[in-house]
Design a protein around this ligand. Structure first.
Ligand SMILES: C[S@@+](CC[C@H](N)C(=O)[O-])C[C@H]1O[C@@H](n2cnc3c(N)ncnc32)[C@H](O)[C@@H]1O
Length: 316
């Protein structure tokens, strides 16, 4: 059955035959929206191992329901951003093809750097595609189309062929919407012809939850307020604190690390343990230990130290 990939269960990069339970050409769809194109691809190419990456949680949930209902196999979904997934999940030279259908166009020029198909993405992708591997772009946005062609050309790593879109890409939700409005469609196939010189190593995955052990009594939460801590590479936003039963606190924290293309909502906890008070990341909600998460634990420990608790051990 189609299913969602969880950090706790996977390696960086993925071992595709373990993740899919079989060998086969690895094909990625970025921004799969409601998932209907994944169903089309799975039916048309039963030998492909399909990896879908989508940033919006509601779309991931909708697509997963659709894939399960339609009984398509094997498809693996990842909730997150394409740059993160390509860098960390996809092994070098393993991708057969990538589909990008109707990417968000970000039409204002000051937002151009939010576009997916920029030179840095083409450079990263060149290291993950097999020789002559392809990215297929379909869009209704002429300006973004020209932009993507230009960015790929600038990378010097792809040859681009503009051609009429194949019929199957015109069946996605956005294709249907733009057809109704009589929009024109643009399609290009970008073929990898060379590989970027730089290395794009995946993050190192760690199993141990970053934490500290402190001595002292639980502080009052009276002066806790939403706070933002900056660190090199991002922000940790302490959103809320709540009591934990029977004793201790939970801290709801959002860690944003734009360079990793990763945003996580996490629980930190402060609770009694056999050795003292444990302050650290809770293994809940499939957290990924990143430098930003370690910083968040560090901010919590500093906050506690400022309230008179003594730090006995730091593991973060
Ligand atoms: C305009 S919709 C197109 C959806 C679908 N491909 C279709 O044709 O109906 C763009 C989709 O890409 C997703 N998205 C945008 N940026 C993304 C990124 N960097 N990584 C993964 N998904 C992204 C959005 O959440 C949205 O679902």
């Amino acid at each position: 059955m189609a299913r969602l990939l969880r950090f706790a269960e996977i390696d960086f990069p993925l071992d595709p035959s373990a993740a899919f339970g079989r060998a086969g050409p690895l094909v990625l769809e970025v921004g799969f929206g409601d998932g209907r194109f994944l169903v089309t691809l799975a039916r048309a190419h039963p030998d492909w191992n399909l990896l879908g990456v989508e940033a919006a949680a509601a779309s991931v949930a909708r697509a997963l329901r659709r894939l399960v209902r339609e009984g398509v196999e094997p498809v693996r979904l990842f909730k997150g951003r394409a740059g993160f997934a390509v860098r960390n999940l996809v092994p070098p030279r393993s991708l057969h093809a990538v589909y990008v259908n109707f990417p968000d166009p970000w039409p204002k020029s000051r937002h151009a750097e939010r576009r997916l198909l920029r030179e840095p993405f083409f450079r990263l992708l060149s290291t993950r595609l097999e020789a002559r591997g392809r990215l297929l772009l379909t869009t209704d946005h002429e300006d973004y189309f020209a932009f993507a062609l230009e960015e790929a050309k600038r990378s010097g790593l792809f040859e681009a062929h503009s051609q009429p879109p194949p019929p199957e890409v015109l069946t996605t939700k956005y294709a249907e919407k733009w057809k109704e409005r009589g929009r024109r469609f643009f399609h290009a196939v970008f073929v990898k012809v060379a590989e970027a010189g730089e290395d794009f190593p995946p993050l190192r995955k760690e199993d141990e939850m970053p934490h500290a052990i402190l001595e002292g009594s639980l502080p009052e939460l009276g002066d806790f307020a939403k706070r933002v801590h900056a660190f090199p590479g991002g922000h940790a936003i302490f959103l809320e604190a709540a009591r934990r039963a029977p004793e201790g606190y939970y801290f709801l924290v959002r860690v944003e690390e734009p360079e990793l293309e990763l945003v996580q909502e996490l629980l930190l906890e402060l609770r009694p343990s056999a050795h003292g008070l444990y302050a650290g990341l809770k293994r809940f909600g499939d957290p990924l230990v990143t430098p930003g998460v370690r910083h968040a634990v560090g901010f919590l420990v500093d906050w506690l130290a400022a309230r008179g608790l003594k730090v006995q051990k730091r593991s973060y």
